[in-house]
Write a new protein. Structure first.
Length: 115
């Protein structure tokens, strides 16, 4: 499975971006898909997660501002990011967790929020 993330860029504080993560290969039995981020000098952290059934989980720091969604048939996951803050600046990585085979990661897309 290969994941390709896109949609990052430079945006002013208060603005919006939409990230997409397209999957190719055998995506049979996706358990959950998610977005993580890693800011300079910090550890990678979970931003949002969505299960194959549609249940979602968000980091407290993004609740009410970010929305994760997916097209399970295509294995595509999206992250709508609104009201962006400078502290949202990071490289964002998409992740798919597939039954038996484990975790797959995209290469990351940089989001820079200017204050």
């Amino acid at each position: 499975v290969q994941l390709q993330a896109s949609g990052g860029g430079l945006v002013q504080a208060g603005g919006s971006l939409r990230l997409s993560c397209a999957a190719s290969g055998n995506i049979f039995r996706i358990i959950h898909m998610g977005w993580y981020r890693q800011a300079p000098g910090k550890q990678r952290e979970l931003v949002a997660l969505i299960t194959s059934g549609g249940s979602t989980n968000y980091a407290d720091s993004v609740k009410g501002r970010f929305t994760i969604s997916r097209d399970i048939a295509k294995g595509t996951v999206y992250l709508q990011m609104n009201s962006l803050k400078a502290e949202d600046t990071a490289v964002y990585y998409c992740n798919h967790h597939i039954a038996v085979r484990g975790d797959y990661w995209g290469r990351g897309t940089l989001v820079t929020v200017s204050s």
